[in-house]
Each structure stands twice: as structure tokens, then as C-alpha cells.
Design a protein around this ligand. Structure first.
Ligand code: FE2
Length: 366
């Protein structure tokens, strides 16, 4: 077996560039049950930005806003709206990760840099992937602080503080790329990052009467990091991927799938807190058990919460998708519970995409 030249220990964090990080941080705390754990900004001698670090189980999100009108962050937000800038990957050797990937053709975003404070040191280095999105390699074996050097521990509590909702870890992060660019980005992950192609969906798998897309899923060696890549396909009407590309002004992260151990409890609580989900018609449930066979859950609560089910050779999965979490119809979330299945819910694509089309039509973008 050939050596994995880019061993990854998982997703380290996801960083968003947003218009108002202070308010976005409250949204993720109150709606999704994250806890504020660290902060960097003017009070910590960072002059140009403010960053809030949120955590729930193994998931770490960073929300960053610019304090200046002219900056990479401001430009990113102006162009893309709120969106994902960094998909950070946890490694044992950031310099090696950077050297191996740039030698294979990755475009550098930041050369290896050592960050230090009283809690130890972290090495980071970054490369570009699709659009303005970057991968940052994070080597943190010699660090004991709350997040990265320069960040201070910070918590927020009020009488209204909420508990976690059972979000556990990032299952996969999906990128949307331009017309005809999917294979080029699959090749990037294969050649530059040593990922393997896991699954291919063509427009016959992913189409409705009106719209279509194509998708390929790549995975790293140990399977901890999975990146599906979508591109729009020709249909009678505008693909949801095209709508994304129009509003994001290019390629970027479309959705982040987050795993839970109990999707019924997690989704019920998210709905309590006002998170909006895509709805499929109740007829979806009429022949569900014929399609997926026996499942542990009762049908009625799944139907009440509009949770989707799909089965593959290895088991089944339960999933549901939020509406976009900002005004532009760009990033959304998937909540997923895997019960053996390692796939992505192909059997739900049609019902799901019809639900998305209804939302597109409401926005005047179909
Ligand atoms: Fe997904």
C-alpha cells in the first residue's frame, strides 16, 4: 500500500468571514447550541479583525469580521456575503503538508508560520482550493491554549444561555464549483492532496423534471475528511448550483453536514430554537418503509419533523437540510445520523431537490 503523503487527523475548524461576527456568534450559540470558547480582537492586540471561536463536541467554528473597510476579509464579505473562508485540517506536520501539496501544484495562501504564546506553539500553513476558499493545515501537538496563540478564553453566559443540541462532528463539507469544473477539482484533491474518488453521481441520479446537478465525492486516506464537489448541469430551469454560484459570485462551500447520535432530539430542539428546514411533502412518507425496510425509529416522529431516510448496502441514514443561514441563498447545513450507511442519501435527492426548487421559485430564481 502506498504511503499517505497527507495524513489528516480530521477537520480542525471551519472559519467564516461574516459582516458582523459578534451577532453571528450569538446566532450559532442560540440557534445551534454552540458554546463560545475563545476570542481575538482589539482587546487582545489584534487590530484589524475580531474572531469568535465556537465549539460543540468535536466541531469548532470561527466567525471573523473585519474592523477595516479595505481588507481581504471586507473584500470577501462584499463579494460573497457571509461564507466559509477556511476549511482547516488537523495534521501532525504542517510544514510537510504544505511542502507535499505545493510541490504537487497547490497554490500557496500562506507559507508555514509558527504562532506562539504562553500556552505553547502552533504551526499553520495554507493552500487555496476552489474559489477564494483555503485549506489551512494546523499542527497543534505542542499547544494547550483554548484555540490558537493570540486567542484568549472567553465564555458568554446569560439567563437565556442554551444547552448543546447534540451536534457531534463534521461529517462532510460540500463545495459548489462552476460549469464543467467538477472533474478539475476532483483531480486537485486526488493529485495534490492524495484523496480518493469515493462516489460519482451524474445528472441522471440528481435531476428533477426541471433542474440538475452532478456530484463526485472525494475522501482522504482514513476517511475522516470527505468533500463532495458539485457542478450545475443543464435542465429546463436554473440549477440550484447555478443559483448558488450567481449569489456567491463563484465557487464556495455549499453545505456542511454535521453528525448527531439522535437526530429526532437534535432536530426537535433546533426547530424549537427557530432553525428553518426544507420540507418535503408528506407523501414522501407513504411508501418510505417499503423503500428503506425496517428502521429503529417510529415513522410518525420522523414525519412530524420532516426527517429523510435512505438505505445503502451497509445500513441506513437519517438526514435533514436547513434553509440557507444568511440572506443570500448560499450556505446551508445538513444534520445527519448514520446507522451503518456510508453514503449520502441518493434516494432522497429527488424529493430534496424538488423542495429546493420550491424555495428557488419563492426567491424568483428558478
Ligand atoms: Fe450532504
Amino acid at each position: 500500500m502506498e504511503q499517505d503523503f497527507l495524513p489528516l487527523k480530521g477537520t480542525d475548524y471551519v472559519e467564516f468571514y461574516v459582516g458582523n461576527a459578534k451577532q453571528s456568534a450569538r446566532y450559532y450559540q442560540e440557534a445551534f447550541g454552540y458554546e463560545l470558547i475563545a476570542y481575538a480582537g482589539p482587546e487582545t492586540n489584534v487590530r484589524d479583525r475580531a474572531s469568535y471561536v465556537l465549539q460543540q463536541d468535536k466541531i469548532r467554528l470561527v466567525l471573523t469580521s473585519s474592523l477595516l473597510p479595505e481588507s481581504d476579509i471586507s473584500h470577501h464579505v462584499k463579494t460573497h456575503g457571509d461564507g466559509v473562508k477556511v476549511l482547516a485540517l488537523w495534521v501532525d506536520d504542517a510544514r510537510k503538508a504544505y511542502d507535499e501539496t505545493t510541490r504537487r501544484g497547490a497554490r500557496s495562501a500562506q507559507e508555514p508560520k509558527v504562532l506562539k504564546d504562553e500556552n505553547g506553539e502552533v504551526v499553520t500553513a495554507s493552500i487555496y482550493t476552489y474559489g477564494d476558499t483555503i485549506h489551512t493545515f494546523v499542527e497543534r501537538n505542542n499547544y494547550r491554549g483554548p484555540f490558537l496563540p493570540g486567542y484568549v478564553a472567553k465564555s458568554f453566559s446569560s439567563k437565556a444561555s442554551k444547552k448543546p443540541v447534540g451536534l457531534k462532528y463534521i461529517d462532510h463539507c460540500v463545495g459548489n464549483v462552476g460549469w464543467g469544473e467538477m472533474n478539475q477539482w476532483v483531480k486537485f484533491y486526488e493529485d495534490v492532496m492524495g484523496f480518493k474518488l469515493l462516489i460519482t453521481f451524474d445528472d441522471n441520479d440528481i435531476s428533477t423534471e426541471y433542474t440538475a446537478l452532478m456530484s463526485k465525492v472525494v475522501s482522504n486516506g482514513n476517511g475522516y475528511v470527505k468533500f463532495p464537489i458539485n457542478e450545475p448541469a443543464e435542465g429546463k430551469k436554473k440549477s440550484q448550483i447555478e443559483e448558488y454560484l450567481d449569489f456567491y459570485r463563484g465557487a464556495g462551500v455549499q453545505h456542511i453536514a454535521i453528525a448527531t447520535d439522535n437526530i429526532l432530539e437534535t432536530v426537535a430542539e433546533l426547530k424549537n430554537r427557530g432553525v428553518e428546514f426544507l420540507m418535503v411533502p408528506h407523501t414522501y412518507y407513504d411508501d418510505l418503509l417499503d423503500r428503506v425496510g425496517t428502521i429503529d425509529e417510529d415513522l410518525q416522529p420522523l414525519k412530524d419533523l420532516n426527517i429523510l431516510v435512505d438505505r445503502d448496502e451497509e445500513g441506513y441514514l437519517l438526514q435533514i437540510f436547513t434553509k440557507p443561514v444568511q440572506d443570500r441563498p448560499t450556505l446551508f447545513y445538513e444534520i445527519i445520523q448514520r446507522k451503518g450507511a456510508k453514503s449520502f442519501g441518493k434516494g432522497n435527492f429527488k424529493a430534496l431537490f424538488e423542495a429546493i426548487e420550491r424555495e428557488q421559485a419563492l426567491r424568483g430564481n428558478l
